[in-house]
Write a protein that binds this ligand. Structure first.
Ligand SMILES: C[S@@+](CC[C@H](N)C(=O)[O-])C[C@H]1O[C@@H](n2cnc3c(N)ncnc32)[C@H](O)[C@@H]1O
Length: 855
């Protein structure tokens, strides 16, 4: 691997913009130049002016003055019809907007009016708001604005909560059509805090007529941690996961729990807005962000599409002070615990202290981890899994494998240990002269052969080494390596391992003969035999073509045929083919075992990609994909971080989170469970029936049904799959986010696998997700089937647990392969005392049979 110097890693680039609530300028190229000179990358601009705002208010007030109060028709449909004469806002005039199409427009983020209320229960207000938005979007599109920031939905109207979100979603859907080249960002708070949702002067919301409002019974509303996420979920679902629809997320001064943060991390947050009031001051009075904020920004910045940062209310852009707006933001700075901007400026002589802080934060980003550097461009990118059994891999693919800094190291360790144990335990070998016979099956370009030779030297145990490979192109390279690197020590066999008859050794003439086997080129001639299944029993010590040589067993068989879900590249089927070749009493397989693991996830980006692929490929949602998972949220977690800066006890890592990030604020550890496992050599392969022409693969069928408690509400888009493998003894590899750091940190060979759901399933708070999965075979190919059910828990008695039922039943971590037998991992229905499960959602039974792996 190339040498890497973390200090030279530029880290993620921050794109930082400036937002002023009331910007009253026409944006020209000179203004943009000033923006750049101040070290900002972009700025926002309102689409319309306060003149337009006043015009709409005047229009409404005149209209209401002449309007009779709405009346119900005979069947009382007042609430479902507008029941008013239409009020139409005339088109924009030149005083309604400062915006003009020019060269500067592409550097701007347009902001639509925040004083409208698309969610209003009063149809007049909702319709007027819709008209305002449409006028603004149409004019922004005309001017060539590429990015729009739309204030999020108002969720509270007296006693009504979230009722109007669908009206809002409907309006956004129309806006997407009206501005076909605009990227829309819905500006949302991280949590739904009713108290923070207040009206200001000139807002349309308080003008809703009383007859449309539910009387407010004075019930105090609580903060709903997932309330704004819920609204976003409804909006993007209505807009069918539109590719131009994103989130602009406001970072509050006090961040919500890590559950909520992790949810937003999985969503398409393309703008992160930070108000001056969210900054703290350091001892010198300089604006800084809390550790928790820094950690969240660091995580967000490592996403495939890093969000832009928008600084709000941090004072004017230097050089534009004279022409900037009212400075609404500046007044927010004069809170009790915060120095006024002029104080700060005087102290530090820095006209943009908030920006300087963010630029400094950018410099302090931790260097990227090995897997991050390796996976650049692959984050959240769907790839079809490899089929190395039926397709011959290209040299470049092997080259990518060979860059792994851990895998080969660990194999070498495992082989060294196995050889040492063999020698220490004085086990007899299969070779007449006492060498340990070691075969690398599926040798590729030979890296494991090199490692096996090193291991032999390290352990001081002599080996007779064989390399079997079916890829004829890779075989050419193996021949070359044997001449140039391995000194002709390796006997090469070009064959499918399932038809290989085993190593050939000279029949023992004299005890202790030391002669190695194989001709000078080191290519075994057994590939000239026509392979016949079943005639492959080296136990017979068959004599070959009267040359005085005989087939014997392999003492240690080394392979690496694992896929992202352990068995999905048909390692079990391939190794079954060499099972009989392994020394029946002492034989070792490296790996000794492997297991498949999964957990349900929310993965909106992947879901959107699968939906879009379905247009040309109906099998897209039936395909398990290899993906470097980043923008995902684990729906079932094993512990309960308690939010703001207090989660230091959580040492678990998350697949999508670089270990280099701030550990005190790690996202919750996922609840990853074991689906099934395979062990080699397999002593339990049933004898084949002589009546059948094909070999039965029934013993490699697997089935599991696992239950995942889900603490918070969310949307399940699919399953994230991983594997663990025991190479030998305590030498293990893992991609499971719960165990990977302990077992094989920094391994890069495998990305996780993603099993999508055609239609996302909503999961209620304290719900339960049950996954049923199969590994199926028809003796010609292997495929997977998966199905997800969602249950709500209904309380049946008041005596039950004080803790929430989901948290109380979490399964922690996942056992190692060795521990599997003891564990009952079947889902236990109705196991939570005091609760009854009610099924609220069920997916299709998905099947990858069409793209199954050919055996
Ligand atoms: C994942 S690659 C590993 C290559 C190499 N051992 C390494 O670790 O870099 C798997 C290799 O096994 C070979 N292979 C897969 N199935 C095989 C079979 N049934 N018989 C022989 N070779 C096989 C493939 O051609 C490929 O070269």
């Amino acid at each position: 691997m190339e040498s890497y110097n973390p200090s030279e890693d530029p880290g993620p680039a921050f794109c930082v913009g400036h937002h002023e609530h009331n910007r009253l300028i026409s944006v020209t190229s000179e203004v943009i130049q000033q923006v750049h000179e101040s070290n900002y990358d972009m700025m926002t601009v309102p689409i319309t002016t306060s003149h337009f705002h006043s015009r709409v208010l005047g229009l409404l007030s005149n209209y209401l003055a002449t309007l009779q109060s709405p009346s119900y028709d005979s069947i009382g449909t007042m609430a479902t019809t507008q029941n008013t004469r239409p009020l139409v806002i005339p088109p924009l005039s030149k005083t309604d907007s400062y915006l003009t199409p020019n060269d500067a427009t592409s550097q701007l983020v347009g902001v639509t009016s925040s004083w409208i209320d698309l969610c209003s229960p009063d149809p007049l207000i909702a319709d007027l708001s819709r008209q305002v938005l449409m006028l603004e979007v149409a004019y922004a599109a005309f001017c060539g604005i590429g990015y729009l920031l739309i204030p999020g939905p108002k969720l509270h109207h007296g006693a009504l909560h979230s009722e109007g979100v669908i009206y809002y979603a409907r309006a956004v859907q129309d806006a997407l059509k009206l501005g076909p080249y605009i990227q829309f960002h819905i500006w949302l708070q991280m949590v739904d805090n009713p108290e923070a949702e207040f009206d200001t002067m000139g807002d349309l919301a308080p003008l809703a007529r009383a007859e449309y409002l539910e009387p407010d019974e004075g019930v105090s509303l609580k903060v709903d941690p997932f309330g704004t996420w819920d609204a976003w979920d409804a909006i993007r679902k209505t807009c069918k996961y539109h590719t131009r629809l994103f989130v602009a997320l406001a970072m509050p001064k006090q961040l919500p729990s890590l559950y909520v943060q992790s949810r937003w991390h999985s969503e398409p947050v393309h703008l992160l807005t930070i108000d001056a009031s969210s900054f703290l001051k350091n001892q010198k009075g300089y604006p800084v962000l809390a550790k928790s904020h820094q950690a969240l920004i660091a995580k967000m910045m490592r996403l495939r599409t890093a969000p832009w940062i928008l600084l709000c209310g941090v004072g004017p852009i230097p050089g534009l002070e004279g022409i900037e707006g009212s400075g609404v933001g500046q007044s927010q700075l004069s809170g009790s615990d915060y120095p006024s901007l002029s104080q700060a400026n005087k102290k530090h002589n820095d006209p943009t202290p908030h920006l300087s802080y963010i630029r400094n934060l950018q410099q302090r980003q931790p260097p990227r981890t090995a897997i991050e550097r390796f996976g650049v461009g692959y984050q959240d990118y769907l790839q079809a899994p490899l089929q190395p059994l039926t397709v011959n891999l290209e040299s470049i693919t092997y080259e990518v494998f060979e860059k792994d800094p851990i895998k080969y190291e660990w194999y070498e360790k495992a082989i060294t240990k196995a050889l040492r144990d063999w020698a220490d335990q004085k086990k007899p070998t299969s070779h007449p002269d006492g060498k340990v016979i070691l075969a690398v099956v599926g040798a590729g370009r030979g890296p494991l052969v090199t490692r096996a030779l090193k291991a032999s030297a390290e352990a001081g145990v002599e080996i007779d080494i064989w390399a079997v490979e079916k890829n004829q192109n890779a075989f050419v390279l193996l021949q070359r390596h044997n001449e140039t690197i391995w000194d002709g020590k390796v006997t090469l066999v070009q064959s499918d391992m399932r038809s290989w008859k085993g190593p050939l050794v000279r029949r023992q003439q004299t005890k202790g003969a030391q002669e190695p086997v194989g001709d000078t080129l080191g290519i075994e001639d057994s590939l000239l035999y026509s392979p016949k299944k079943g005639a492959n029993d080296p136990g017979r010590a068959s004599e070959s073509r009267g040359l005085g040589v005989t087939h014997t067993h392999v003492d240690i068989i080394v392979s690496e045929l694992l896929g992202s879900f352990a068995d999905n590249e048909l390692s079990p089927e391939c190794l079954d083919g060499v099972n009989d070749l392994i020394n029946p009493t002492h034989g070792i397989s490296i790996p000794a075992s492997y297991s498949a693991h999964f957990t349900p996830v929310s993965a909106p980006k992947l879901h959107a990609d699968v939906v879009h692929q379905t247009v040309s490929n109906p099998a897209a949602p039936e395909t398990p994909y290899v993906v470097m998972l980043h923008a995902i949220d684990f729906l079932s977690t094993a512990d309960s971080p308690t939010g703001v800066e207090s989660s230091s006890s959580n040492n678990g890592n998350r697949a999508s989170t670089p270990s280099a990030s701030f550990t005190a604020t790690e996202f919750p550890t996922p609840n990853v469970q074991t689906a099934w496992s395979f062990s080699h050599p397999n002593l339990h392969i049933p004898p084949q029936s002589p009546m059948q022409s094909t070999i039965s693969n029934a013993h490699n069928v697997r089935q599991t049904r696992l239950s995942f408690p889900a603490q918070n509400r969310g949307a399940c888009h699919g399953l994230a799959g991983y594997f663990e493998t025991v190479l030998y003894g305590d030498v293990e590899l893992s991609t499971n986010p719960v165990t990977m750091d302990a077992k094989s940190a920094n391994m890069i060979s495998w990305f996780p696998i993603y099993f999508p759901l055609k239609t996302p399933l909503n999961v209620p708070e304290n719900g339960e997700i049950i996954v049923t999965m199969y590994r199926q075979t028809d003796d010609r190919k292997v495929w997977y089937e998966w199905m997800v059910e969602v249950y709500a828990l209904e309380r049946t008695s008041t005596s039950s647990a004080k803790a929430t039922p989901a948290a109380g039943n979490s399964r922690v971590g996942s056992p190692s392969v060795d521990g599997l037998k003891a564990k009952d991992n079947g889902a236990k229905p109705n196991s939570r005392a005091g609760y009854r499960r009610v099924r609220v959602g069920i997916s299709d039974l998905h099947s990858s049979i069409k793209d199954g792996c050919l055996m």
